[in-house]
Design a protein around this ligand. Structure first.
Ligand SMILES: Cc1cc2nc3c(=O)[nH]c(=O)nc-3n(C[C@H](O)[C@H](O)[C@H](O)COP(=O)(O)OP(=O)(O)OC[C@H]3O[C@@H](n4cnc5c(N)ncnc54)[C@H](O)[C@@H]3O)c2cc1C
Length: 400
């Protein structure tokens, strides 16, 4: 950390201490979905006003014009508060930056500043029922028509589609080409005729996921991002923008300290659980993992400081965080016994062990555990690539 960055952190910390309490914790308790979303929009607007919203995006569109390291430092500090950031996690981190890279100036001026301020919200329409890890297998069809394109088909697992104003979407424009080559990338008005959004009910009752159906949806050609049939490259670029997401050390789950506190206050066979060998071993394992994660995080920060992008650290980090969160949740459930089965609607995976155990989303979204292991095998260990039997074949010739 340079002196300038240390000062930046200090200022951010003070700013957060002054403003954040009105937007987190008790301030959110008992709020309806709509009220919490309103609070989230107010928080985003306040950050933008003070230069902390979209820190790395250009000032011309309302961003902070800052560096990657400043963004990391601010996120680390912001993460200490239970703020309503989730609604914007997709909108501002992937669709907005890619839109700014590819859209024409008129569109950028029209949509970007309001998106930065949190007034407009975007979703990312990539995954389909038979295309998730293998995104290039998607089937949503884009047909060229006078002045634009007609889209037909379905997307699934679309976070915040129900409240999104705009979305980025990848569709198959030419199925005579190999699967990666026949895709085109667009942005779409989510209020367009022919779009239907259906919520997906989740185990912990989180209200983020949806199915989205496209029924003859018209998209003008000036809403195409990138070349015709060049959409896969733009999709990969979109996913690479957030190569290194800053997360808290418990993977958005209850902390190790909370687990230790629980163990200290629980008894096993009349003795404090903290004296139990198995419980102690679990604490030691999580502690060691956390030290490893801190070292990985420091390496990533050093890469940013040198103006480089972090390597596969992000994959190692995400893999460990997702697994640790669920394992710690399971260990806590063992201690809580029957009490751990009562789901409190006011809690979330961030602060509730049962929900942290029940919610595997961190191990699926943004790359499943197995895909991360593949990345590490290929990019770190230099092992041969995964078998790709469909390589080079026209998409239309592939078995469904
Ligand atoms: C909370 C949440 C939010 C999401 N938000 C969005 C969103 O906003 N927009 C969006 O487009 N998508 C979103 N997704 C979808 C997410 O991107 C996919 O779920 C993810 O890419 C996995 O795809 P899949 O579900 O189709 O599983 P599949 O890819 O079908 O995988 C099924 C299983 O097979 C394994 N597997 C697959 N391929 C391989 C391989 N080559 N080697 C070894 N194992 C393999 C996987 O690891 C997994 O265990 C979200 C998902 C979640 C859980």
């Amino acid at each position: 950390m340079s002196d300038a960055l240390t000062l930046y952190r200090e200022r951010a910390r003070q700013w957060l201490a002054t403003f954040a309490p009105q937007y987190c914790g008790q301030a959110r308790h008992g709020l309806s979905f709509e009220q919490d979303l309103r609070l989230a929009r107010e928080w985003q607007a306040l950050k933008v006003e003070h230069g902390y919203g979209c820190i790395t995006l250009p000032t011309a569109y309302g961003g902070g014009g800052g560096t990657e390291l400043e963004k990391v430092v601010f996120s680390e500090e912001e993460m200490r508060y239970d703020l309503p950031l989730n609604y914007f996690s997709i909108s501002l981190n992937n669709p907005l930056p890619i839109f700014l890279r590819y859209a024409n100036e008129e569109w950028k001026n029209r949509l970007a500043p309001a998106t930065v301020r949190g007034e407009l919200l975007w979703c990312q329409l990539f995954s389909e029922p038979s295309a998730g890890s293998d995104l290039a297998s998607l089937r949503l069809k884009a047909e060229a028509v006078e002045g634009g394109w007609r889209l037909n088909g379905q997307k699934v697992w679309t976070s915040w589609a129900q409240i999104a104003d705009w979305g980025v979407v990848v569709a198959r424009s030419d199925s005579s080409l190999p699967k990666h080559a026949g895709l085109t990338y667009f942005f779409v008005d989510m209020k367009s005729a022919g779009i239907t959004v259906q919520p997906i009910r989740r185990l912990g009752d989180e209200k983020d996921l949806n199915e989205v159906f496209f029924d003859d949806v018209f998209i003008p050609d000036d809403q195409r991002l990138g070349e015709i049939n060049g959409g896969f490259r733009v999709a990969v670029e979109t996913l690479m923008i957030e190569r290194y997401a800053v997360t808290d050390e418990s993977g958005y789950g209850p902390t190790l300290e909370r687990f230790i506190e629980l163990a200290a206050n629980t008894r096993i066979n009349g003795l404090p659980a903290l004296a139990d060998g198995e419980v102690r071993q679990r604490i030691a394992e999580v502690f060691v993992e956390r030290q490893g994660l801190r070292a990985i995080h420091r390496r990533a920060l050093e890469a940013f400081a040198l103006g480089q992008a972090p390597g596969p650290e992000g994959a190692i980090r995400k893999l460990l965080l997702g697994r640790t969160r669920q394992r710690l949740g399971a260990a806590a459930m063992d201690l809580l016994g029957a009490q751990g089965l009562a789901l409190d609607p006011q809690t979330h995976a961030v602060n509730d062990f049962a929900k942290a155990w029940l919610d595997p989303s961190l191990r699926i979204a943004g790359g499943t555990d197995e895909l991360l292991l593949n990345t590490l095998a290929e990019r770190v260990l230099g092992l041969p690539q995964d078998h790709r039997p469909d390589k080079g074949l026209p998409f239309s010739a592939l078995k469904r």
